[in-house]
Design a binder for this molecule. Structure first.
Ligand code: CP
Length: 304
């Protein structure tokens, strides 16, 4: 890969290869053999715990050199643009940049004919895409079920604002899963109807193999007064009572961070059916596989 900005850019074969490689890294994290120094940077213009930290762990495990970056003490605070920031990073020898940014498709100015010599890995753009989260979710589902074909997967909650919902529905459909959606009906637009059907939570819980809950993104809602936390939990959340109705063998997923007792009952976060912790663990190995694919795609370990 020259870059990874959208899950839609990957063929099924590329997805399978990345997941297989991540599985190998999980068995043996020392598999990557660094031949020349490689410089990476993590440019996070939006807050993150999981994505930022697990990319950093992945980079450290691969012995890459991390060029530190904090937007609040960088020249961004003086008005420097994203483009000029990446231009600078490329000029000083940084070869890969993981970027999270609030603007949808920020990456278009940095790839293809606009490539600045820096391999861009999208760590999340606005409400657009979150390809590394999507791949770690697929790895977690594959570990559980071995296949995606005819698997019933529900994506529930703040669909409109969720880059995880969009990336995951696109890839899950391509891999042969059947998709269902739930949550406030006004957040289920035409865009989602193309991928699967809407069901109320009480119908959904007895049907699906994977119950993927999404965080209510309070920070992206202009008016958050419509649902109280309790009201949202009762109507749209995976409560303890609904959790008891889940099919045997089904799993609960959440990309994090979780609003406990809003979209997901606090008691279910680490329950037997929850894969929340496993998703975060798998994130490191998927990110190692992505970094390696970009390193190989840009021939960064070949002599000039
Ligand atoms: N899932 C996810 O993107 O979490 P962070 O915002 O903590 O990176």
């Amino acid at each position: 890969l020259q870059y990874l900005v959208s899950i839609e850019d990957l063929s099924t074969e590329e997805v399978e290869a990345l997941i297989e490689r991540a599985e190998k890294f999980k068995r043996n994290p020392s598999l990557f053999d660094l031949k020349y120094p490689i410089y990476t940077t993590n440019l996070f213009f939006e807050n993150s715990t999981r994505t930022h930290s697990s990319f950093e762990v992945a980079e450290q495990r691969m012995k890459l050199n991390i060029v530190s970056f904090n937007p609040s003490i960088s020249a961004v605070s003086k008005g420097e643009t994203l483009y000029d920031t990446v231009l600078t990073m490329g000029a000083i020898g940084t070869q890969i940049a993981v970027i999270r940014h609030p603007e949808n498709e920020y990456y278009k100015q940095l790839i293809g004919e606009n490539d600045l010599g820096v391999g861009i890995i999208n760590g999340g753009d606005g409400s657009g895409q979150h390809p590394s989260q999507c791949l770690l979710d697929m790895m977690t589902i594959k570990e559980e079920f071995g296949t995606f074909k005819d698997l019933k997967v529900a994506i529930v909650g703040d669909l409109t604002n969720s880059r995880v919902a969009k990336s995951n529905m696109q890839l899950l459909k391509k891999l042969g899963a059947s998709l269902y959606f739930s949550g406030p009906k006004e957040w289920f637009s035409e865009e989602f109807a193309e991928y699967g059907q809407y069901l109320e939570m009480d119908e959904l819980v007895t049907e699906v193999d994977v119950m993927m809950m999404l965080r209510v993104q309070h920070e992206r809602h202009a008016d958050d007064s419509k649902f109280s936390k309790q009201n949202y939990h009762e109507k749209f959340g995976l409560s303890v009572a609904r959790g008891k109705k889940l099919k045997a063998g089904s799993i609960i997923m959440h990309p994090g961070p979780i609003n406990r007792d809003v979209e997901l009952a606090s008691d279910l976060v680490e329950c037997e059916q929850s894969r929340f912790v496993k998703q975060m663990t798998n994130g490191v190995f998927v990110r190692m596989a992505i970094l390696e694919a970009v390193i190989n795609g840009r021939h960064l370990m070949e002599a000039d």
